[in-house]
Design a protein around this ligand. Structure first.
Ligand SMILES: Nc1ncnc2c1ncn2[C@@H]1O[C@H](COP(=O)(O)OP(=O)(O)O)[C@@H](O)[C@H]1O
Ligand SMILES: [Mg+2]
Length: 242
């Protein structure tokens, strides 16, 4: 057995709940929702961490506006820097804005390494911004952190719904906890499309042009419609007992 995998549950010992924000596709709003939800839970008074596991397309640092001079500290592991009250960990601290050409086992190793070295300390919620789809990282996460609860994001597009259906089927097969579906960039009457997924619709979020303009600026992000809905999501999540 890889000794690092054995360390991971120890590292997560003081983390009360782990929430993976996942989707079948890219571009549906996973990172926006992961960041907005982390801010909303922090605003409700919880201790929150955010881990960007989208190694190929990391975005959480852009949405939160993480300054380039912010670095993790080493102390028998890595201490994630606190950004807007949220402990934030990402491979971008090491890779900067360069591509990370990881394949197969190398990707799994990077994921294990990040989970094994990060010292989160006590947290109420660790939010994980997942890469799109049902690939290596999703399967690794289910294996390494089986208690992670999944929040599934989709848009009303039939293309997004078709892939999210597969993701939900996989999560059910793997007996993963499913918190529910968030319908992002909703348009009139699209909520009914989610019924066919047979997973509760937690919330629908409108398309909000203010969101893109607010990226990187916490003060503006929290004034958007999307953030308002994510506060409601945070309130619902705190009441869900899996
Ligand atoms: N509800 C929304 N309203 C307006 N723009 C949004 C909304 N959700 C996401 N976006 C925008 O859509 C794009 C993709 O979002 P992102 O969170 O990066 O998706 P993913 O992580 O699934 O690839 C970004 O430009 C983001 O600002
Ligand atoms: Mg993303």
């Amino acid at each position: 057995m890889d000794p690092r995998s054995a360390i991971i549950p120890k590292r997560m010992e003081s983390v009360r709940r782990i929430i993976a924000v996942a989707a079948g596709k890219g571009g549906v709003g996973k990172s926006s929702i992961a960041c907005g939800l982390a801010l909303a839970l922090h605003d409700l008074g919880y201790g929150v961490g955010l881990l960007d596991l989208d190694f190929y397309g990391p975005s959480a640092h852009v949405i939160l506006g993480v300054r380039e001079d912010i670095r993790p500290q080493e102390e028998y592991g890595i201490l994630p820097p606190t950004v807007d009250g949220i402990k934030f960990m990402s491979l971008v601290y090491y890779a900067s804005e360069h591509p990370v050409p990881l394949r197969g086992l190398d990707l799994t190793n990077a994921l294990i390494e990040l989970l094994a070295i990060t010292c989160w300390g006590p947290l109420d919620f660790l939010i994980i911004d997942m890469p799109p789809g049902l690939g290596e990282a999703t399967l690794d996460l289910i294996r390494l952190l089986p208690r992670a609860e999944f929040l599934v994001v989709t848009t009303p597009s039939r293309v997004a719904l078709a892939t999210v259906r597969k993701l939900i089927e996989l999560l059910k097969q793997q007996r993963v906890s499913l918190l529910g579906v968030l319908l992002n960039m909703q348009h009139a009457d699209s909520s009914s499309l989610v019924i066919s997924l047979e997973v509760p619709l937690l919330e629908a979020l409108p398309f909000d042009p203010q969101w893109e303009a607010a990226l990187g600026d916490r003060a503006r992000l929290v004034r958007t419609l999307v953030y308002g809905r994510l506060r409601e999501v945070a309130q619902k999540i705190q009441k869900i007992i899996i």
